[in-house]
Ligand binder design. Structure first.
Ligand code: ZN
Length: 421
């Protein structure tokens, strides 16, 4: 995860005319004769650090700020740059984004508290201090130049350098990527993140795997020497850039096409999901660009299914208007009691069938009486142990956080149960 989080020193390339500053997400700055073009600003709390790193290299004024997309880690750490512009009485820079970025900022205002709640779960392993420095969705730097519609593009020249911006959907519907021919550099935003792409994130809205692959293929045509990803280290060398783009495009095509094939065969989600796990090619599994440090192939299967299918995903009419899971569990416990379920869960645990053990333990947790303190404590302790074990084995930051969160929630319940009455 060190690479994903940008825990490595910022660098320059092309004779100090390009600055690659890594503070959680990456900022790429191009130094031209007539000023600076900044591609992405970091999280608000890292704005000053990135600013200081840029100002160690160049004193030139900022002329353009481009947002790869409107996520908090790419479009909110702009304050130190604007502060300097005011102090030095420079002209305000142009701010370039896709029109959907502005819609995103509006959505952030509407769902401010919800996003705070959801991000505290997704990023729960990030230090509490950093997590609590909440970004206000009400303070945004709005675009002055907006790309409109699908596959839009925009070009401009500053000093001796040309900048070509393209819109392709992928992680978000407001993604922009940048091609700078004189610097042989592509800036991808989160279309590349030094992990399996963040497609099918369990907490977040729909992403677009097929269009993602197409964007990678368009980027490949540029034959770039440098690829500045949204997270992770700068990729250097034509072959390395080509390889990273090719394998990511192939993986996105694979997950998309294989799920689509199964949808056309009239299969429901569970069958598709487990078949997809069984056919995941070794070459993707082992490729370092596709390691599951953040996104995951397993999440991507959901993304494709959700893109083309509604929420009724089991094909079982029982699931159309389901009863409360607690009521179902109570009925199951009338058929066979808590001790028998626990006994079975322990056997499954000892056989390493952790996921099945969790399902069985949940029957007791949801269905038993709160007064069954002794058995409930034992059941919760076993579930907590399994969640911690799964979290440890899990590569994906998002999944391990969900599992760890579950274990901490259980700790709170256990503390209550252990309190003498
Ligand atoms: Zn990001």
């Amino acid at each position: 995860m060190n690479d994903f989080f940008g825990w490595f020193p910022s660098t320059t390339f092309e004779n100090n005319t390009c600055i690659f500053a890594s503070n959680f997400a990456n900022t790429c700055v191009f130094v031209t004769r007539d000023g600076l073009v900044i591609f992405d600003v970091p999280l608000r709390q890292f704005g000053q650090k990135t600013f200081d790193e840029v100002r160690k290299i160049t004193e030139k004024p900022v002329k353009y700020i481009i947002f790869s997309h409107g996520h908090f880690d790419h479009a909110f750490g702009y304050e130190p740059f604007l502060e300097e512009i005011k102090q030095k009485d420079w002209d305000m820079p142009e701010v370039i984004a896709h029109e959907n970025c502005l819609r995103r900022f509006e959505k952030y205002e509407m769902l401010d508290k919800y996003h705070d709640w959801i991000n505290k779960q997704q990023f729960s392993s990030v230090s509490r201090e950093d997590r609590d420095r909440v970004v206000s969705a009400h303070e945004t730097l709005n675009p002055t130049i907006m790309l409109e519609g699908n596959h839009a593009s925009y070009s401009f020249k500053l000093g001796e350098v040309n900048f070509k911006i393209y819109h392709d959907i992928g992680e978000t519907d407001d993604s922009l990527w940048l091609w700078v021919p004189e610097k042989k550099t592509i800036c991808t935003g989160d279309l590349m993140i030094s992990s399996f792409p963040n497609v099918g994130n369990p907490f977040k809205v729909q992403r677009y795997p097929n269009d993602w692959a197409l964007a990678m293929e368009k980027m490949r045509e540029k034959n770039a020497e440098y690829l500045a990803p949204g997270h992770g280290r700068l990729i250097i060398g034509k072959e390395n850039v080509r390889e990273a783009l090719t394998i990511t495009a192939e993986a996105m095509h694979f997950v998309h096409d294989e799920v689509v094939k199964r949808l056309n065969e009239g299969k429901w989600f569970e069958q598709i999901y487990h078949e997809m796990l069984a056919i995941y090619p070794e070459k993707f599994k082992k490729h370092k660009i596709l390691r599951e440090s953040y996104g995951s192939y397993r999440f991507a299967i959901h993304a494709v299914y959700r893109l083309y299918h509604g929420w009724y995903d089991s094909g079982n009419p029982t699931d159309l208007f389901p009863a409360k899971t607690g009521d179902v569990a109570r009925e199951l416990l009338k058929i066979s009691n808590e001790s028998k379920y626990l006994e079975r869960a322990k056997i499954l645990f000892s056989e390493g069938k952790l996921q099945l053990a969790l399902h069985i333990l949940d029957v007791i947790i949801k269905g038993t009486d709160d007064q069954n303190i002794e058995i409930l404590t034992e059941v919760l302790e076993l579930k907590q142990k399994i969640l911690k074990q799964k979290a440890k084995e899990e590569q994906t930051f998002i999944a391990s956080n969900i599992l760890e969160n579950g274990a901490s929630q259980i700790e709170k319940k256990l503390e209550k149960l252990r309190k003498p009455i």
